[in-house]
Design a protein around this ligand. Structure first.
Ligand code: IPE
Ligand code: IPE
Ligand code: MG
Length: 594
């Protein structure tokens, strides 16, 4: 009975059990390579991958239905229902129940999944890939997240000690893998896809070889087709071959499973090449005899590896797994600042009127409305916002500020359309942040990141960790980028880690005071904020730095962020310096220095 199988893994919700089983079947039916590979993995991971794959299949089917003219309403309704389920913490739909269970167990943020779904929705609206760049963007948005989340589950739970830097270095590996898998699948499914009126290859590639799209869709086999197919299988093979070795990061059995997964794709590419001049209108599959041979060897190797190096997950149930994962995803800074900052009740210098604020925090808001006012897309607002940030950082250096902290992406911002999330977390960091940061580094800016690790795409994570690493010895200005940051999440993560330490006997509950609690926050040495500034006209805090701003001076400006600059920063600081801060005392303390 399947229920007992899932119950043994700690999955007690009947609806989720049913969903996991449906996802298992969907994976077995439609993802033979994926299914065979999951059987090489520990059961906890296996069922989680089935759930992700099964859900992706369901959405794919709905998207395809929509593309066939049934309308994207059913897919929209599915996404809306998922949102509601997230709020209720459970679902009446088996697939969504399994997906929710997996998301909460492995800390995959539901909003993150939603942004992937929206990519699918765009696909349902008849997305065609004009160029390779379009195709890469789509893979980065829709396919890579599944690969990357699965990879994160592998890495975070492989039981080996992995530095953040090492993990970040694997980004390209997963992106590359997502491209290679997607291209292989698009080729294996080409005949079947054409029969359904779609082609998942860029028009640029078809044109290059003179293959007409219309002819393929009509079931024709143009004479140039084999050349195109061989060229593309060659490209996929090249991407697979460029994957560097991963053993230092993965458990040896997982390394074997990954290699087997890639080898199975090679078999599929061989099968595609073999049938290149006459693509069947069903999906091309690998020969059972060949795949069995690969799988038998892999199974023997993985069994041995699991026996020699037991799975860190062992037989523990999901209930025990959850907090473990939670602890491992909290970002811990490596370096500590040399500047010790007075907290409340400490030396009063930073709290005095007429004194430069030590720490200015900014909610950079109003990009979207600024762009819309000019009839431009919201993403143009974010681009302009990056320029404003560059000017403000230079202003902060001129003024001699020691800490500037900016809100770049909140945990709530996942609710935005996928294309906007993509611009904020993929395109802009690549195109502008790295370039700006190189200049800031030359000027002595130390960059830090505050936020939640879980759900942050590996490319952004990789950029942030390498900037933090490169600039860690700079001392002029500490610039903290809050990315995938949520204030309540910061405090609850701290509380959870503190509770774990208390249970383990490492701290005495009676000794927990504000100072000790603060050492559990994302950045242990981020000073209290003196001036909190929000541009864009809204008068709210939007879950920004609740712990650190408890005594901050607040300033709300109508200027949209793209129009803010160093001069505006200077003016805001001048206003701040006229204010009187009392920190609860009857009178403000006397200034001692400027
Ligand atoms: C702030 O600008 C930037 C981010 C949240 C990333 P918005 O995008 O919120 O702009 P408005 O508030 O919609 O104008
Ligand atoms: C806050 O702005 C987050 C950032 C500036 C990154 P939002 O625009 O997301 O906040 P709300 O939605 O207006 O509260
Ligand atoms: Mg806003």
């Amino acid at each position: 009975m399947h229920a007992a199988r899932y119950r043994r893994l700690g999955i007690t919700d009947v609806m989720a059990q049913k969903g996991f089983e449906m996802c298992r079947r969907a994976t077995q039916r439609t993802g033979e390579i994926e299914y065979a590979t999951t059987l090489l993995l520990p059961r906890e991971l296996r069922v989680a991958i089935w759930a992700l794959y099964g859900a992706a299949r369901t959405i794919d089917d709905l998207a395809e239905e929509s593309a066939n003219g049934v309308g994207s309403e059913r897919l929209r309704a599915w996404i809306r229902a998922f949102e509601q389920d997230v709020r209720h913490g459970g679902s009446e739909d088996p697939i969504r129940a399994a997906l929710l269970h997996t998301a909460s167990t492995w800390h995959l943020p539901p909003d993150y999944l939603r942004s992937v779904f929206e990519g699918q929705l765009a696909d349902a609206a008849g997305h065609e890939f004009a160029s390779w760049d379009d195709w890469y963007d789509y893979v980065a948005l829709v396919n890579a997240p599944f690969v990357i989340q699965t990879a994160s589950m592998f890495v975070q739970n492989s039981g080996l000690s992995v530095s953040l830097q090492q993990e970040a270095n694997t980004l390209d590996v997963w992106q590359n893998l997502a491209r290679a898998i997607n291209l292989t699948d698009a080729l294996a499914d080409l005949g079947e896809d054409c029969a359904h009126g779609r082609i998942r290859l860029p028009a640029e590639a078809l044109n290059r070889f003179g293959v007409r799209r219309e002819e393929l869709l009509e079931g024709g086999t143009p004479p140039q087709l084999p050349t195109l197919v061989h060229h593309l299988t060659g490209t996929a093979r090249k991407w697979f071959a460029n994957l560097p070795q991963l053993p230092p990061i993965l458990h040896p059995a997982m390394g074997t499973a990954l290699t087997c997964y890639i080898d199975l794709h090679h078999l599929l590419l061989d099968a595609v090449d073999h049938q290149a001049d006459n693509l069947p209108c069903h999906r091309i599959t690998v020969s059972t005899r060949q795949s069995r041979r690969l799988l038998l060897t892999a199974r023997a190797t993985t069994s041995l590896a699991w026996a020699l190096f037991p799975s860190p997950l062992g037989d523990i149930s999901f209930h025990h797994l959850a907090p473990r994962v939670n602890a491992s995803v909290a970002f811990q800074p490596v370096a500590t600042s040399q500047r010790q900052v007075p907290r409340l009740g400490g030396t009063p210098t930073a709290a005095l009127p007429h004194v430069l604020p030590r720490h200015v925090a900014i909610i950079m808001d109003g990009n979207g409305r600024w762009a819309a006012d000019q009839g431009r897309p919201r993403t143009d607002g974010h681009k302009a916002g990056m320029k404003a940030l560059d000017d403000v950082v230079n202003g902060a250096l001129e003024i001699g500020l020691s800490h500037l902290t900016v809100y770049a992406f909140s945990t709530e911002n996942w609710k935005r359309p996928a294309a906007e999330v993509n611009a904020l977390l993929y395109t802009l960091p690549h195109d502008m942040l790295q370039e700006n940061a190189a200049r800031w580094h030359e000027r002595g800016v130390r960059i830090r990141w505050s936020g939640q690790r879980a759900g942050l795409p590996l490319n952004m994570f990789s950029i942030l960790t390498s900037l933090v690493e490169q600039t860690r010895h700079n001392t002029r200005l500490t610039l903290t980028l809050c990315v995938n940051y949520g204030g309540r999440a910061e405090i609850t993560t701290a509380a959870s880690r503190l509770a774990a330490d208390a249970i383990a006997g490492r701290i005495e509950p009676n000794s927990v005071g504000e100072a000790l609690f603060a050492t559990y926050l994302y950045l242990t040495d981020l000073p209290d904020v003196d001036l909190l500034l929000r541009t864009g006209g809204e008068k709210r805090l939007s879950n920004y730095l609740p712990w650190q701003t408890s005594y901050a001076e607040l300033m709300f400006l109508d200027t949209p962020w793209p129009q803010f600059d160093r001069q505006a920063l200077r003016s805001a600081i001048e206003v701040y310096m006229q204010r009187t801060r009392r920190h609860g005392a009857a009178e403000a303390p006397q200034a001692t220095s400027v």
